[in-house]
Design a protein around this ligand. Structure first.
Ligand SMILES: Nc1nc2c(c(=O)[nH]1)N[C@H]1C(S)=C(S)[C@@H](COP(=O)(O)O)O[C@H]1N2
Ligand SMILES: [Mo]
Length: 233
């Protein structure tokens, strides 16, 4: 296969490049092939992103977007933005289905927040996102709503009290450490559930429902994990 490529390249350039340069060109190609042999240990996109991510913010060292342990219930989801909308509905006057760009029209906020997984690892990440409060302003939340239920592409869900979201000014992130969320980390949006355990940090958010079901239990909450999910101080 590499050989066929080389031949194709040679043929394409043969018309344009004087013969005396062909030897040099082919030599360079061969050297190129030699040094790209470590393609076998091919670096993932996450490793590529890790090379350009922000590693420190206002004097604070950050974790890498590679320091997460990928243990999502169905593995990474790959969302096609052309088909994507973020629905906000339930107990609201004006339900919406926003495109990615429409969500990003809101004021952007940046904050270092730590995600603690119940499995005992944690990561300090510089998040960039949109306040849920700003998104809620656009839909006119009804007075009876006291709970916000988040749904994801992979069938996962979780919920938080509306009060918590407003009091703590929680956001959904579209960037981490200065780069767009990679698919493994929840592209296009992950909830930055500050002070809550990792299972509240829902990735690949597709729908946000305003509800009055304060007892709603998400995927892990139904399986016995605490619905408060407060990080122990
Ligand atoms: N949609 C979805 N979001 C999810 C999960 C999941 O399985 N599906 N796992 C949660 C858990 S348990 C943690 S700790 C965080 C970070 O998970 P990650 O390390 O797999 O990125 O994502 C949370 N968000
Ligand atoms: Mo977790």
């Amino acid at each position: 296969m590499e050989k066929a490529e080389t031949v194709a390249v040679k043929r394409r350039y043969a018309n344009r490049i004087p013969n005396k340069y062909l030897f040099l060109l082919l030599s360079l190609l061969l050297v190129g092939c030699g040094s790209s042999n470590n393609d076998n240990t091919s670096e993932t996109d996450l490793e590529e992103l890790a090379k350009i991510e922000v590693t420190e913010y206002e004097g604070q060292d950050l974790s890498s977007l590679n320091d997460f342990r990928e243990n999502s219930i169905k593995g990474p989801q790959y969302i096609d933005l052309d088909a994507y909308t973020l629905t906000i509905d339930g107990l609201v006057e004006q339900p919406v289905a926003l495109s990615y760009d429409e969500v990003l029209e809101n004021q952007k906020y940046t904050k270092v927040v730590t995600l603690h997984c119940v499995e005992g690892w944690s990561v300090d990440i510089l998040w960039e996102g949109i306040l849920l409060a700003d998104l809620f302003e656009g839909v006119a939340v009804q007075e009876t709503a006291d709970t916000v239920i988040f749904y994801s592409e992979d069938g996962y869900s979780t919920a938080l009290p509306l009060r918590t979201i407003m009091d703590r000014q929680l956001m959904i992130a579209y960037k981490m450490n200065g780069v767009e969320l990679p698919p493994e980390r929840g592209f296009p949006f992950q909830l930055v559930a500050e002070d809550k355990l990792g299972y509240k940090w829902i990735k690949w958010i597709t729908r946000i429902e305003l509800s009055d079901d304060a007892d709603y239990k998400g995927y892990w909450e139904q399986r016995g994990f605490d619905n408060e999910a407060d990080v122990e101080p």
